[in-house]
Ligand binder design. Structure first.
Ligand code: C2E
Ligand code: CA
Ligand code: CA
Length: 766
């Protein structure tokens, strides 16, 4: 019997280790393999320990063998419980008791390890089998054996509870595989209990370990419940968002899911899936010869327009024989909507919902191209100082204003015949039929929004630029630039609302741009020169004159200042030109002085912009110092409006300049609005009156009276008077009689080159 037992045990161990090897090979990647592997290894080692205990002929060794077997048994049941926990996913139950079980097991291991010496758990005895082979077996179980036994069963019981829980929770199809493992565990427990109670010399339940190992291995790693595949496929298809229809070899619908049904039955004729497929094959005969087809379709499903991309595919078996086909209906509605939204967002302005600039240009260009017989205008809008509106009233109110404007601008034209968009922040554009355009409508909008923030609070100034589309080949963006350009020409922003683009405007714009770009080089290469217009004293002496700039343009010849001063003033280049001119004047004065002409003077112009662009005082005084001049030689002409517009601090500058020694003159006196006020507040040396402003009046007599009064007034304020623009002998006589000190005008001489001036009027050159 001993031999038979040993053979049985060896076979069991081989089976167990065999299962272990296969499980390692088959399921290396699965986490379950590790915990199953531990169960198999412990049971294998348990069997080996039991076998050795039977083989040993020494009592002590047999004692140690059986103790080792019992220790491994504890490890095995722990591994089994851990495996079950992992396998079933019921973790909580085991983890809670883990600590207690661990301590109890440790105690059990200690007791068992001491057993060969203390015999506190069991004792072994010698026996002979029927053919006389001797071996040791567990002959007596002490009280602590109950502890060991109970612990092992407690752990097993935990595993059993986990399995039962899992079985109760699992879908029907999976119950079986857990139930089988449960049955195996219960069978082993029962077998062992039977052995213990039967007082047998051999524990037959150990042989079962092999069966348990094989069963655990099979059911946890190999076994797939019957029909599982089919059922999984069924549920997969049923749960797919795409519609699926499987058709057999005879064209009969074998299977389909809910989406497919909705798709096929979407038509009003109430056809079902089979009818739909039959009809589809009838309408698509090419399906019989093509392995694959893909097409797009839009269908109305549950009241919603749905977009589908559909696939048809023929299926063949491993021998290449046709076995059926399937249809997949991919619902792309969401993607389509997302794309449509993206497209909308990329072409529309998020605040007003109008087209953005790119899209406006695209649509307007299409409109103009598709209607060659219609005349169009492009109207662009602009709100003056919109940034200030945002600043004062907040961005929300600014947005409110833009929204209302967008609405009004959008309703300027008749439907379908126009395109409206928002170009940038406060700029809208409309491309509309010229016949529907009316300036009144624009004026109406401008006046409506004027009081948007209340009557007395802040006046919203809206300007419109209109470009009539004459050159249809131009890009709409350039057309908008032209309409916007017209807006820029609105100088008197309170009175004018609408401006029209014309070629002249463009030409002047272009020539302005040209001048600006040429300025630097012109200044560097001495193209700006000074002309002098002589000034004659009442006694008839000529000691100096006004230095007036001329641009000797290489291709355009001599350009008069009226053509460029304004542009240089708006671009800020004027300060560079003026300081250059002042220096020219100083160089000239220096030359004269070197020739002994110490009494001669030159009068230079100071632009109103200079006060904001540079340090006028510093520049002038350093020039005087550089050329060691008497500041009295340099007369400074500052226009009346410039003086009134410069900040208070700067007005102090006038007296500083006078204190330094310059002669300060108010230029163009009488051409501004507040001439008399200027006189009240400012102390200057000379009043320069322009004859031009008097010419405009019809009543010459009244003009003369005013002129006389002004001269008298100036005299009484201790100012000298220069009259410029003197053209006739009559004017000279009258002015002389009024007490005018100095004259400047064509009557005496036009502005001339310096050399001419020197030759004609300066004694040295005579
Ligand atoms: P302004 O300072 O009032 O200069 C007088 C202008 O009147 C000169 O025109 C002169 O040629 C013109 N003029 C003189 N006598 C008569 C006359 O009897 N009849 C008529 N009809 N006109 C006469 P110009 O040289 O074309 O200069 C025009 C304006 O350009 C000047 O007006 C001045 O405002 C500006 N300007 C000229 N040179 C400079 C400069 O160097 N710097 C600055 N900032 N402005 C300058
Ligand atoms: Ca002047
Ligand atoms: Ca003048």
């Amino acid at each position: 019997m001993k031999l038979i037992h040993i053979v049985n045990l060896t076979v069991a161990a081989l089976i167990i280790f065999g299962c272990y090897m296969i499980s390692v090979k088959k399921a290396r990647q699965q986490t379950i393999q590790k915990s199953l592997g531990r169960v198999l290894l412990f049971s294998g080692f348990g069997v080996i320990a039991y076998t050795l205990a039977m083989i040993f002929s020494s009592r002590l060794l047999a004692d140690i063998g059986y103790s080792a077997y019992h220790i491994i048994l504890v490890a095995m049941v722990l591994a089994l419980a851990s495996f079950v926990s992992e396998y079933t996913g019921v973790r909580t139950l085991f983890s809670k008791e883990l600590y207690v079980v661990g301590v109890l097991s440790l105690a059990d291991v200690v007791i068992l390890a001491l057993n060969p010496f203390l015999h506190c758990v069991f004792r072994v005895a010698k026996t002979d089998d029927i053919i006389g082979h001797t071996y040791y077996y567990i002959s007596r179980r002490e009280t602590l054996y109950i502890y060991h036994f109970s612990l092992a069963y407690l752990i097993m019981a935990l595993a059993v509870i986990m399995l039962i829980k899992k079985i109760l929770r699992s879908p029907k199809i999976y119950k079986l595989k857990y139930a089988i493992i449960l049955l195996i565990i219960i069978a082993v427990m029962a077998g062992h209990a039977f052995y213990v109670t039967m007082d047998s010399t051999f524990d037959y339940s150990i042989i079962f370990y092999a069966a348990v190992a094989a069963a655990l291995f099979y059911f946890s790693i190999i076994y797939v419940p019957r029909g599982l595949m089919e059922k999984l496929m069924f549920f997969t298809v049923a749960n797919m968002k795409d519609g699926i229809i499987c058709v057999d070899i005879d064209g009969k619908v074998a299977h389909y899911n809910k989406t497919a049904k909705e798709y096929c039955c979407a038509t009003d004729d109430g056809s079902d899936v089979s009818e739909y497929i039959t009809e589809w094959f009838a309408n698509n005969p090419e399906a019989l010869t093509n392995d694959e087809l893909t097409w797009k379709e839009t269908r109305n499903i549950n009241g919603e327009k749905c977009r589908f991309i559909n696939d048809y595919k023929r299926i063949c078996d491993s021998d290449g024989k046709y076995v059926g086909c399937f249809f997949i209906y991919h619902d792309r509605t969401k993607e389509y909507k997302r794309l449509a939204e993206e497209k909308y967002r990329s072409s529309h302005d998020s605040l007003t919902g109008l087209y953005n600039k790119e899209h406006f240009c695209k649509k307007a260009s299409k409109l103009i191209k598709e209607n060659p017989g219609t005349s169009y205008v492009i109207v662009c809008t602009d709100v003056k100082s919109f940034k200030i509106i945002n600043e004062i009233f907040g961005v929300h109110r600014g947005d409110d204003l833009l929204l209302c404007m967008a609405g009004d601008v959008n309703s300027l034209a008749a439907e379908d015949e126009y395109v409206c968009g928002r170009l940038t922040g406060d700029r809208f554009a409309v491309c509309m039929n010229k016949d529907h355009y009316s300036e009144e409508a624009l004026l109406g909008i401008a006046s409506k929004f004027g009081n948007f923030f209340g009557e007395d609070v802040f006046k919203v100034q809206m300007h419109f630029g209109v470009y009539e589309v004459k050159d249809r080949e131009l890009s709409v963006s350039v057309m908008c630039d032209r309409a916007n350009f017209a807006i820029h020409t609105i100088k008197d922003s309170y009175q004018s609302v609408v401006a029209y683009y014309n070629e002249k405007l463009r030409d002047s714009f272009l020539s302005e741009q040209k001048m600006i770009s040429e300025f630097e080089a012109a200044l560097g290469s001495g193209q700006f020169i000074a002309y002098i217009q002589p000034q004659i004293s009442a006694e008839g002496h000529i000691r100096g004159g006004e230095a007036l700039v001329r641009w000797l343009h290489p291709s355009e010849g001599m350009v008069s200042p009226g053509k460029f001063i304004g542009t240089f003033e708006t671009t800020g280049l004027i300060s560079r030109l003026d300081s250059y001119m002042w220096e020219l004047a100083c160089i000239q004065l220096c030359k004269w002085r070197s020739k002994g002409l110490n009494d001669n003077y030159l009068s230079v112009n100071i632009s109103k912009k200079d006060f904001f662009l540079m340090d006028v005082y510093g520049t002038l005084t350093s020039l005087i110092e550089k050329y060691s001049l008497d500041p009295k030689c340099l007369h400074l002409e500052i226009t009346e409006t410039a003086i009134m517009n410069i900040p208070e601090k700067q007005q102090h500058l006038i007296s500083q300049l006078r204190d330094y020694g310059f002669i300060v003159e108010i230029d163009d006196f009488g051409s501004g609005y507040s001439s008399l006020n200027t006189l009240k507040d400012l102390y200057v040396d000379v009043l320069k009156i322009d004859m031009g402003f008097l010419e405009k009046t019809e009543n010459t007599e009244r003009s003369m009276k005013i002129l006389r009064m002004i001269i008298e007034l100036a005299k009484s304020l201790n100012m000298a008077v220069i009259t410029e623009g003197v053209e006739t002998d009559e004017q000279v006589r009258f002015l002389r009689e009024c007490g005018c000190d100095v004259f400047q005008g064509y009557f005496f001489a036009k502005p001339m080159e310096i050399a001419d001036f020197e030759e004609k009027y300066l004694s040295l050159y005579k």
